[in-house]
Design a protein around this ligand. Sequence first.
Ligand SMILES: Cc1cc2nc3c(=O)[nH]c(=O)nc-3n(C[C@H](O)[C@H](O)[C@H](O)COP(=O)(O)OP(=O)(O)OC[C@H]3O[C@@H](n4cnc5c(N)ncnc54)[C@H](O)[C@@H]3O)c2cc1C
Length: 319
Amino acid sequence: MKVYADFEIRDELWYKIGGKVRYLIDVAGKEDIKKAFELLKKEKIKKFFFLGLGSNLIFTDEYFDGAVIRFIPSSSPIRLVKLHIVEADAGAVLDDVINFAFDHNLVGLEWAGGLPGQVGAAIRGNVGAFGGEIKDSVKKLEVFEVVNNTPRFKILRRFELQFSYRNSIVKKKKLGVLSAQFRLTPEDQATVNRARQTYLNNIEYRKIRHPLEYPNCGSVFKNLAIPEHIERVLEVFPDLEEKIKRDWHGKVAMGYLIKRLDLSEYRVGDAMISPKHCNFIVNLGNAKASDVTAIIKVVQEKFLEVFDFVPEVEVEIVN
Ligand SMILES: Cc1cc2nc3c(=O)[nH]c(=O)nc-3n(C[C@H](O)[C@H](O)[C@H](O)COP(=O)(O)OP(=O)(O)OC[C@H]3O[C@@H](n4cnc5c(N)ncnc54)[C@H](O)[C@@H]3O)c2cc1C
């Protein structure tokens, strides 16, 4: 375990936005987690936040008067536990899990090529892309619940995980993920090679479509999945019916809608809606969290005006 006091968090996060935190505590396993919460108890700190790679967060510019508990990989963060079962620490990078699987002739996670982040966060938010979702491969989890600054560890099986769109029991019950087991599919070399190609294609697709040349926090808004919201959009843009079925897996892509509402390149300070993908708000250099949240508000107000509902924010705002 490593502890950093009064730490400037900005440079640790994908977005390069955020103020100081009272403590940043790096943990690599169960014993570290126990020690971290002992420190919190000793210092009477109630407020804590789990951090992975920080690729889906906006840390505000204000002082975070609590502990940021960051998961880092242990010395062997990914393990083969059975022929087709891979176990990974929460702090393992998802991309490393995919490549570990390929190296063991296992497929099933290739849809996640280029999706940033660690295993713990991926499970919490049931990440998904190109029609795939992490929930389809999760066998069981070791999680912990924090009660009075004491972590209580337990195993959760697949049927207990309550996965839904960008949601899980981990998010609903504010649990911490310690490790996860994935059930993957053993395949012959030719099939593994094809899966690897899909993975590489997905990375390439993201490079072309996503504004990775600037710090960003991924998609700011959730794509629209609520039938009533989709109906409202279709009332205004009836031509989208075909696209929703054919290209967007039954949802409405927020990036497309934001562009169609003429908000591409809308800028506050150094934060700007990316013209490359309008569901991304990029940091052009010295953006403040307040610049980003000001843009979020403008998008929400525009949606309210045009469609009579407020789109849900996917990215998490921390403070
Ligand atoms: C360029 C880009 C593209 C993206 N594309 C996609 C996409 O296609 N699909 C998609 O679903 N997401 C996408 N995202 C979002 C992001 O990849 C996911 O949300 C990812 O799971 C975040 O991982 P992280 O390690 O960075 O988590 P962080 O951003 O550090 O944390 C995210 C959340 O997880 C919590 N958390 C972290 N570790 C743990 C743990 N061990 N236990 C419990 N909670 C924990 C944090 O408290 C926080 O609430 C994209 C992001 C970027 C920047």
